[in-house]
Design a protein around this ligand. Structure first.
Ligand code: NAP
Length: 484
């Protein structure tokens, strides 16, 4: 049941340069659980993007001149306001994105935690004094904010993907302009409400909605922009990175994944089943760190498949606002079609359906949590990110084979494995070509650790002390003529 709490945050205007601005052209936003229109947001373009950038550039000197302690307090206030309104913001997030309310509230807490973390990091941006090779000269390294940051984010985590960027940018001393995904603009605009309420100087935090390509072009081409930070698909990320780099802007790219989750013969199977459920079916399988391939050693393959399929069949599917629901709808019809294509390709090449396999009887974009057995590397699902609730089980015999299969992808974001052998834990951790490896755990995201990928999964890190460095330039200062 929807309460009215979220209404305060449901803004149908954009927050640009500290003002709420409506537009004549509108984009409709729908609830994926029932197709109802939630409301409309402005269909802005280059002109409004330029205005937001101009305001950010204007306020940049004032924002960077604040003491680290002052910026830290703003980040802390952002965190507190998000947490004070966790229920209302979670409800809004479920309405536009579809994930179960408990997960949506969890996302608000996760996003808020980045503001808390970077409030604490803002006051620890230390420079260096480097031993000089010259007796009469001294060398220092200072750190400075990169400048105006533009961010583009996806629909699967409408709050947290912005929070990971904005918290670090604000802490470092950078103004930021956010372009959320067209399916989920309200969680972003709600962050505009909070920025307004906590009194961030006008232009430090803007949110613009509208057509992606012209806004993205303005972000990449406007000389006042110093950095583009993007989370989304690898195809769009590569295109944006090329445009941004041709104008020599800093880039951070958090892109697609094809995460392996490996279960060795010596693993705790019950723990592996629970980890695989959390890893695969959270957000209906629509996360970049979801296990896309579950590799199981031959000695435990059948036992794991049986336990896992039994648990998957118990998952409750429904409208995320109903209590007890563990899997909501997929974001749109196109996403359901991709899931169907992956299943039918796998089945046509010999895979078997051990759970689910079809659209859910609720209709719309609901899909049954699915397990496929007998999946092999030549099937499409082995290479392509499914981004849906399908768990394909592959079989392997040796540790070397598992590592080879796991690394056989252009992606390198998250990876997981289950073993009780300490030596194997280290060996496999080192051998996996991924930015993140979780051993005996199915969930790894936290603001205190560096999130990010290698290979086609992108460049840069979010969260942790490393996440701040992506918003900072180092400056070398040489002081000469100091005497003998
Ligand atoms: P997407 O199509 O790349 O969209 C992401 C964002 O890019 C949206 O805001 C979209 O705007 C915008 N966009 C699309 N075309 C653009 C263009 N030509 N110029 C500028 N912006 C453009 O990705 P998605 O399908 O929504 O999201 C899923 C993908 O994100 C998956 O591959 C997933 O793995 C990845 N992801 C990665 C991470 C990570 O941290 N590595 C986290 C979450 C998701 P519109 O909505 O207006 O089109």
């Amino acid at each position: 049941m929807t309460s009215k709490a979220h209404k305060k945050f449901l803004r149908e205007d954009c927050y640009i340069a500290g003002e709420w601005r409506g537009g004549a052209e509108k984009l409709a936003v729908t609830n994926p659980a029932n197709g109802d229109t939630i409301g409309h947001v402005p269909d802005f373009g280059r002109k409004e993007a330029k205005e937001a950038i101009t305001a950010a550039a204007k306020v940049f000197p004032e924002w960077r001149a604040k003491t680290a302690d002052e910026r830290s307090k703003f980040c802390r206030s952002f965190y507190e306001a998000l947490m004070d309104n966790q229920d209302a913001l979670g409800e809004l997030l479920t309405l536009e994105q579809g994930k179960p309310l408990a997960e949506a509230k969890g996302e608000i807490a996760y996003g808020a935690a980045f503001f808390k973390w970077f409030a604490e990091e803002a006051v620890r941006v230390y420079g260096d004094v480097i031993p000089s090779p010259w007796a009469d000269k001294r060398i220092v390294v200072t750190k400075e904010p990169v400048g105006v940051v533009c961010s583009i984010t996806p629909w699967n985590f409408p709050n947290a993907m912005i929070a990971r960027k904005a918290a670090a940018a604000l802490a470092a001393g950078c103004p930021i302009i956010c372009k959320p995904a067209s399916q989920t603009p309200y969680s972003a605009l709600a962050m505009g409400v909070i920025a307004d309420e906590i009194g961030l100087p006008k232009g430090v935090f803007s949110v613009i909605t509208g057509e992606a390509a012209p806004i993205g072009d303005e972000f990449c081409e406007n000389p006042a922009v110093a950095k583009i930070t993007f989370t989304g698909s690898t195809g769009v990320g590569k295109m944006l990175a090329a445009k941004a780099m041709s104008n020599m802007k800093r880039v951070s790219m958090e892109l697609g994944g094809n995460a392996p989750l490996i279960i060795f013969d010596d693993a705790d199977l019950d723990r592996a089943v629970e980890g695989a459920i959390a890893c695969k079916f959270r957000n209906a399988g629509q996360t970049c760190v979801c296990a896309n391939r579950i590799l199981v050693q031959s000695g435990v393959y059948d036992a794991f498949a049986e336990k896992f399929a039994k648990r998957v069949k118990e998952l409750k599917v429904g409208d995320g606002l109903e209590s007890g629901v563990e899997q909501g709808p997929l974001i749109e019809e196109k996403a359901v079609e991709k899931v169907e294509q992956h299943i039918s390709d796998a089945v046509s090449k010999g895979a078997k359906v051990a759970a689910g396999g079809d659209r859910h009887k609720l209709g719309g974009t609901f899909f049954e949590p699915t397990v496929l057995t007998g999946v092999t590397p030549e099937m499409v699902i082995a290479k392509d990110e499914t981004f849906g609730p399908v768990a394909p089980l592959f079989k392997f015999d040796s540790e070397e084979e598992a590592i080879q299969m796991a690394n056989d992808t252009e992606f390198g974001l998250a990876s997981y494995f289950y073993t009780n052998d300490l030596g194997r834990a280290w060996r496999v951790m080192e051998a996996l070509q991924y930015g993140m490896v979780a051993v005996n755990e199915g969930i790894l995201s936290t603001p205190v650790a560096p999130f990010g990928g290698v290979k086609d999964s992108g460049v840069g890190r979010e969260g942790s002390k490393y996440g701040l460095e992506d918003y900072i330039n180092v400056k070398y200062g040489l002081f000469g003529g100091l005497g003998k």
